[in-house]
Design a protein around this ligand. Sequence first.
Ligand code: COA
Length: 255
Amino acid sequence: MAHIQTEKSEGVLRIEFNRPEKKNAITAAMYQGLADALLDAQSDEEVRVVFVHGKPEAFTAGNDLQDFIADPPQDESHPVFAFLCALRDFRKPIVAAVSGPAVGIGTTMLLHCDLVYAAPEAKFALPFVNLALCPEAGSSYLLPRLAGYARAAELLLLGEPFSAAHAHEIGLINAIVPLEQLIAVGAAAARKLAQKPPASVQATKALMRASLMAGIDSAMAAENRVFRERLVSAEAKEAFSAFLEKRTPDFNKFS
Ligand code: COA
């Protein structure tokens, strides 16, 4: 599909967000494209590594809010959940290169990647509470373990954007790379991984994630339930209307 572009070369499936006019905000169709790409990559023996990136101006602005308002995901069959499950269960390594905004799922998906590089100007954000939503992709479980509770609470409750330097400090990314070298560095790391013994690489990833999987599963199940409730809440309606009307939301009326 036009908004999710893929290309296979030298054992690497490259997945590119390609909707720059909307800062690569992810629609339901794009989630399905991403889920399908990961499922195909899982069963395709020629693919040993996935490399995901956006455009210089944006990794992704996260869920497309207009899409969420028009068609809020209300059951597990929605493409957003198909993508989250495919990402959680993906057994091959994922390399990510981030430039520009990485909002919401643009940041939480990185918790499931294996090597992450970011440009100095990259801006991460977890604005779920500001949108009257809740964390997703297992981030309520993974982020406190990665960053410590205090820093995770700051990022998830205040929801303010944070820099590549902070992302590096909390261990969310491996390295900060100048923008003009970012894609080349990410692609080179992906190719390097693709040349290693694939069964050994996958076993190593599985061993590292084994002790986390039960926690990720139960966090994702709980998050998905709460997220669906939050999406149709009056608080979320106010937050989404404010985004569309380009104004500050007013949550004073809620008890
Ligand atoms: N959903 C739908 N449209 C989005 C979007 C999103 N998540 N993020 C950006 N867009 C659209 C904007 O509405 C704008 O559309 P328009 O040109 O038709 O008005 C276009 O993309 C460009 O965005 P803009 O806000 O002008 O770019 P910016 O560089 O000033 O800011 C962001 C970039 C990502 C910081 C800002 O767009 C933003 O905060 N987006 C919302 C992120 C968000 O809350 N995501 C959901 C997480 S759960």
